[in-house]
Design a protein around this ligand. Sequence first.
Ligand code: ATP
Length: 233
Amino acid sequence: MLNVENINVYYGSIHAVKDITFNVEKGEIVTLIGANGAGKSTILNTISGLLRSKTGSVTFEGRPIGSLPPHKVLALGLAQVPEGRRVFLKMTVEENLEMGGYTRPAGEIADSLEDVYRRFPRLAERRRQVAGTLSGGEQQMLAMGRALMAKPALMMLDEPSMGLAPLLVEQIFDIIRELHRAGTTILLVEQNAQMALSAADRAYVLETGRIVMQGEARALLEDDQVRRAYLGE
Ligand code: ATP
């Protein structure tokens, strides 16, 4: 479904992503794990069209997307839930969700809103509340709901658990699993390797811009090196 081939991404002279190749098949949950600064967000931002690779290619459902602007990537069915949620703080919950649906035909927005509210009753209760006054967990739900408004086939989530209490982290991961069961393919970036590997089918481990390990998530969860380096053992 998504094929990333040999991408190299720079910030000026900083070489942040080095010869990265990986893929996500339809129906999978794939996770990219690694420490701060390993290049995870840079990879997602390159796929979504916010950054450009100097080499290689990014292909989504057979179409090259490496030179498309972000709104065109989104319109093809690939949505990103950015690091730090990035909800529109001064807009209401409902206005944020409507912004997420801007690529959709006007006549379909109301149905999609109802879908999101069914999935996130918390957001339904707060539909007139200004997003800046939501809790961190609620803002994460709103960022996910906003992405869902585009009806994506593939959803990329950048550190959805960041800054959340353990109980909320569990809730967010339950929602990710539900979205997956409902047919959305997931590419998940996480520093919380334990949660990410528990939820995912396959994983790639990144270190300073390179993939250093890859495989079935379950196998990596039991790997001694991964346990010492990323699971705090
Ligand atoms: P984190 O979990 O902290 O977001 P990450 O794995 O997502 O980490 P990136 O944010 O992709 O890592 O950063 C990869 C490298 O690129 C880091 O060395 C970082 O300092 C650098 N970098 C990221 N954004 C910029 C920028 N706008 N300008 C310069 N360097 C940057």
